[in-house]
Design a protein around this ligand. Structure first.
Ligand code: ADP
Ligand code: MG
Length: 586
């Protein structure tokens, strides 16, 4: 039950909420009491007028006392209202921050498999909109609920004091009003939700057609696209008009029922005054109290809808918080351990849970420290899956993977990721300077190291051509880099930190053969003791790879040196010949 968990957050700021509630009650009493002042004043004036010699009575003093107390109480009520907001709303903002921080930290620590469960936009909207709606439970909803309850009870308390009979008549129409507002809110919510859907359909059509403007123009689809848009915008209009119609019922009906309440009070109250059961001042303040009831009764539906929206937002929030995270297991002491770079796969198979695709079948191989391996295979042959298993993005594989003779599971995830310099297939650069993009994962990186690393990655010459050299911004708010430039910057990033294992997943695909050769040579010289695994779909000759592993449909097709495989005349040989025919320099 989500509400139970919500109490946990309420409890975090228990005393703030309690203080806030006290302020709400005080504010209410202060402003309600102004009505009582009016009652007393009127009664006093009536009494003076009815005195034997009304002309001689000095009314000034009464007026001053009345005005002074009225202004005093109003100021007091304003002060309490201010304090009420300062406590309850401030606490709700604090809760909001905690909700956001918790969510963000949780998303960061999700396993890759679970991270992919929701589209990115979903995480964004949960972070922004849903958390905001949950906050409204703790902020406005709690505040108005307390306010509503106290206004109702304080007003009714004073009304009963004036006349229980009259109170009965005055609140007679109120249940009808509440019912009306409740149902009005249900429809209004439904209509607005529908409108929201129409709206997002409309924006996505617009967005898509702006993005695809080149296709639309070249296929002269303008009219067709416009018709689609116009259909959606028409149903948006129909929906909007429905809401206008619904809204136009609201005020007249509320006024009618409230008017009925006041009418009954005046009629019944007038009779009571005539019968001398209540005084004229009492009737006046009674009507003022009836007026005060209007607002809480009207906001019942609204507060209920805040709770409703907050509840469904919280369910969506919990959906993510319930996803499993990577456990921070630390199996063996790795404080001063450095891997030698020995990697062994023994009968490793892996099936993606969500799609049921078996990406790897019985993979076995052994890479000795300091060896350079080439893993080659067509798209979809399982190369990236293999790399991602090694850095523990996925856990539930069959068989065993050993690092320096120990199962992968015996190390902590972060240890493995520190020891392996990995470049994913889809390179990613942050919206930051070139320098920070290269140096971000090592704390104290000197400019010299960054430049050397960029030189080895064969990107230095291009960086110094940029307007602001290493300080140039890249990413969304910076210059647009070519695919090859991005790849080389991310290679420089991976090379800057000496590691026992380098794992490059297809990150040379956008480079020309010459640059590629220079880069691999530089890499060989830089870290001659490290193990290097280069995943690719292209063959590199002359570059002294110890072994080549050919993957085909998730199985090991061939393992051997370049010469071995050329002699076997199998997959490797075929790829080699095809490349040769295309004129790719080998
Ligand atoms: P390669 O890197 O050789 O192109 P991959 O390892 O990316 O191959 O993919 C191997 C197989 O696994 C493919 O059939 C692909 O569709 C599937 N696959 C890859 N990534 C995922 C994923 N995240 N979820 C489900 N299936 C995947
Ligand atoms: Mg791949």
């Amino acid at each position: 039950m989500p509400y139970k968990k919500l109490f946990y957050f309420l409890n975090l700021h228990k005393w703030t909420f309690i203080t806030g509630t006290v302020f709400v009650i005080l504010a209410n009493f202060a402003s309600s009491y102004t009505n009582k002042l009016v009652e007393k004043f009127i009664n006093a004036v009536v009494k003076m007028i009815q005195a034997p010699n009304p002309g001689t009575v000095n009314i000034h003093q009464e007026v001053f006392i009345f005005l002074g107390s009225y202004i005093g109480l109003t100021l007091l009520s304003a002060l309490f209202t201010f304090l009420m907001r300062q406590t309850i709303i401030v606490a709700s903002r604090k809760i909001e921050q905690k909700l956001k921080d918790d969510l963000y930290a949780h998303i960061q620590r999700l396993t890759i498999t679970h991270f992919k469960k929701f589209p990115i936009g979903d995480y964004m909207s949960r972070m922004a909109e849903d958390v905001g709606k949950i906050r409204e439970i703790f902020g406005p909803a709690v505040m108005y609920l307390v306010n509503m309850v106290t206004t109702l009870s304080v007003s009714i308390f004073f009304m009963l004091e004036i006349s229980p009979e009259l109170t009965f008549y005055a609140i007679l129409p109120l249940p009808f009003l509440s019912f009306f507002i409740y149902f009005f809110n249900i429809y209004s919510l439904q209509f607005n939700k529908k409108l929201q859907e129409e709206m997002s359909a409309m924006t996505s059509v617009a967005q898509e057609s702006y993005n695809g403007i080149r296709i639309i123009k070249s296929f002269t689809l303008e009219n067709k696209v416009f018709q689609t848009f116009s259909l959606i915008s028409d149903s948006f209009k129909i929906q909007s008009l429905k809401i206008v119609k619904l809204d136009s019922f609201f005020m007249p009906i509320v006024s009618l029922l409230m008017g009925a309440s006041i009418l009954l009070s005046i009629y019944k109250g007038g009779m009571l005054v005539i019968d001398d059961k209540i005084q004229i001042g009492g009737l006046t303040s009674f009507i003022m109290f009836v007026n005060r009831l209007l607002w809480p009764v009207m906001s019942i539906g609204w507060v209920a809808s805040l709770f409703q929206k907050g509840k469904s937002a919280f369910i969506r929030y919990e959906e993510i918080m319930g996803l499993p995270i990577e456990t921070a297991q630390k199996k063996i002491e790795t404080a001063n351990v450095k891997l030698t770079g020995d990697i062994q796969f023994q009968n490793v198979s892996y099936t993606y849970e969500d799609t049921g695709i078996q990406a790897l079948h019985n993979i076995s191989f052994h890479i000795k420290p300091g060896e350079r391996w080439l893993i080659i295979g067509k798209t979809g042959s399982g190369k990236s899956t293999l790399a991602e298993l090694l850095i523990r993005f996925y856990q539930n594989y069959q068989g065993s993977i050993l690092l320096d003779g120990r199962p992968l599971e015996s190390y902590g995830n972060s240890f493995i990721r520190e020891q392996i310099s990995y470049i994913p297939q889809d390179v990613f650069l942050f919206s930051d300077t070139v320098k920070n993009n290269i140096g971000f994962n090592t704390a104290a990186t000197s400019d010299e190291e960054i430049i050397n690393s960029a030189k080895d990655a064969q990107i230095h010459k291009e960086i110094i051509q940029f307007k602001e050299s290493y300080q140039t911004m890249v990413g969304e708010r910076g210059i647009t880099l070519s695919g090859g430039q991005k790849q080389r910057i991310s290679i420089a990033r991976a090379m800057i930190k000496p590691s026992p294992i380098y794992l490059f997943d297809d990150c040379l695909s956008a480079l020309d053969v010459k640059t590629e050769k220079q880069l691999i040579e530089a890499m060989n010289q830089r870290d001659s003791k490290s193990t290097i695994i280069l995943i690719t779909h292209r063959i590199f000759n002359q570059l002294n790879f110890h072994k080549v592993l050919v993957l085909h449909d998730g199985k090991v097709a061939e393992i051997g040196s370049h010469e071995d495989l050329m002699n076997r005349k199998g997959y490797y040989y075929d790829i080699y010949k095809k490349q040769e025919m295309k004129g790719v320099e080998l």
